[in-house]
Ligand binder design. Structure first.
Ligand SMILES: O=C(O)CCC(=O)C1=CC=C[C@@H](O)[C@@H]1C(=O)O
Ligand SMILES: [Mg+2]
Length: 338
C-alpha cells in the first residue's frame, strides 16, 4: 500500500492504453492558436485522470504530463485543506468588443487574467482589451496580464507603462528568459509585479527564477510539473506566492489543479482553473466551472455518453495512444519522477 510519500508504481503501457479515452472538445473561442482541445482521459483505480500535453511538445516534456496523470489516477493525492478555491476568469486575445461576452461565461469572478502580446496584434489591441476588462469589472476587481514571453525587455517596459493605469496585479511571463525577467524587474522598480510561468513549467531548473530574482509570483501547473506532489514540493522550495493554473484541461484535469491548490497552505491567490468556461463541450454534464468566483475541490467522473459523443477521430485516437506508449516508455526510464 503506497504511503502519500512513496512513488506511485507505473502501470504498463498496455494498461494505460486499455484505460484510455481520447476526446476532442471544441473551444468557444480560439485560445493559444487552437479551436479544439484534445485530451486523453485515463480511468485509474483511484479515479479519472488526464494526459493532455500540447500536441507540439516533444515526448520527453510530455512524459512529465504522464507522470501527473499516473499519480492522479493511481494514488489518493494530497489532503485538501479547503473545499473551494478562488479562480480568475481567463480572457483570450479577443477583440475588445468581445470581452463582455467572454466575462459573462464566468460566475462571480473578480480577478481576470487577460492574454496580451498575441502574435499579429499590436499594443493598442492589448490596451483596448484590458480597458474593456477594467470597464466591465469596475474599480474593485484585479487584472493580470499574460504575455507568454512575447515581449523583449524594452517592449515589456513600454507595454506595462501603457497597461499599468488600468491597475495590474501582475504581469505573467512578460519576457521569455529568466535573465530578461530579472532585468525587467529592475526596470519596473516594483511598479508592476512579475509572475513566472513558462520559466517554471518548461525549465530544467525552476530554482533559477528565485536565484536570479526574476519573479514576485510563481505559476504552478500540475501536469507539466509531473503531478501534485512535485508541484507542492516545488512551491515549498521556491518560497514565493503561488498561483495554481492549468492548460485548457477538461474538467478532469482542472479537478487535479483544484485539489493541488486546496492542498497548499497559506494565502490563496485566485487560480487559473476557471477555463472550463472556455470549452464549448466537456466530458461531464457537471463541469468544474466557477460559481461565485470559486471552483469546488472534487474529483470529476466523465459521463460515458459524453466520452462517446466527443471521442476523437480514429486517426487522432491512434496518434494519442502511440504518444501515450512512447511517454510511458520514457517515464519508466526516468528516475526523477514517479
Ligand atoms: O491561467 C489561466 O487563467 C488559464 C490557463 C492559461 O492561461 C494557459 C493555459 C494553457 C497555456 C497557456 O497559453 C496559458 C498560460 O500561459 O498560462
Ligand atoms: Mg501563462
Amino acid at each position: 500500500m503506497p504511503t502519500p510519500d512513496s512513488p506511485v508504481p507505473l502501470p504498463s503501457a498496455d494498461e494505460l492504453v486499455e484505460r484510455s479515452h481520447v476526446v476532442a472538445l471544441p473551444l468557444v473561442t480560439r485560445f493559444r492558436g487552437i479551436t479544439v482541445r484534445e485530451a486523453v482521459l485515463l480511468e485509474g483505480p483511484e479515479g479519472w485522470s488526464e494526459f493532455s500535453p500540447f500536441v507540439e511538445y516533444a515526448d520527453p516534456e510530455a512524459s512529465s504530463w504522464l507522470a501527473a496523470a499516473v499519480e492522479d489516477g493511481w494514488s489518493r493525492g494530497p489532503e485538501p485543506l479547503r473545499d473551494f478555491v478562488p479562480v480568475n476568469a481567463t480572457v483570450p486575445a479577443v477583440h475588445a468588443d468581445e470581452v463582455p461576452a467572454v466575462l459573462a461565461r464566468y460566475d462571480g469572478t473578480t480577478t481576470v487574467k487577460v492574454k496580451v502580446a498575441e502574435r499579429g496584434q499590436s499594443l493598442s489591441d492589448d490596451v483596448a482589451r484590458v480597458a474593456a476588462v477594467r470597464a466591465a469589472l469596475g474599480d474593485g476587481g484585479m487584472i493580470r496580464v499574460d504575455a507568454n514571453g512575447g515581449w523583449a525587455v524594452d517592449e515589456a517596459v513600454a507595454a506595462l507603462r501603457a497597461l499599468e493605469p488600468f491597475g495590474l496585479q501582475y504581469a505573467e511571463q512578460p519576457c521569455a528568459g529568466v535573465d530578461e525577467l530579472a532585468a525587467l524587474r529592475v526596470r519596473l522598480d516594483g511598479r508592476v509585479a512579475v509572475a513566472a510561468d513558462e520559466s517554471i513549467r518548461r525549465a530544467a531548473d525552476p530554482e533559477r527564477v528565485v536565484a536570479a530574482g526574476a519573479a514576485d509570483v510563481i505559476v504552478i501547473k500540475a501536469q507539466p510539473l509531473g503531478g501534485a506532489r512535485r508541484a507542492i514540493a516545488l512551491v515549498e522550495r521556491l518560497g514565493l506566492p503561488a498561483v495554481v493554473s492549468s492548460a485548457i484541461d477538461t474538467s478532469v484535469g482542472l479537478s487535479l489543479g483544484a485539489r493541488l491548490a486546496a492542498a497548499l497552505p497559506g494565502q490563496q491567490l485566485a487560480c487559473g482553473l476557471g477555463t472550463a468556461s472556455l470549452l464549448a463541450a466537456d466530458v461531464t454534464a457537471d463541469p468544474l466551472r466557477a460559481r461565485g468566483g470559486a471552483v469546488a475541490v472534487r474529483r470529476v467522473v466523465p459521463d460515458a455518453e459524453l466520452l462517446a459523443r466527443h471521442a476523437a477521430a480514429p486517426e487522432r485516437t491512434r496518434w494519442w495512444r502511440e504518444r501515450l506508449r512512447r511517454c510511458a516508455g520514457l517515464l519508466a526510464a526516468r528516475t526523477d519522477v514517479g
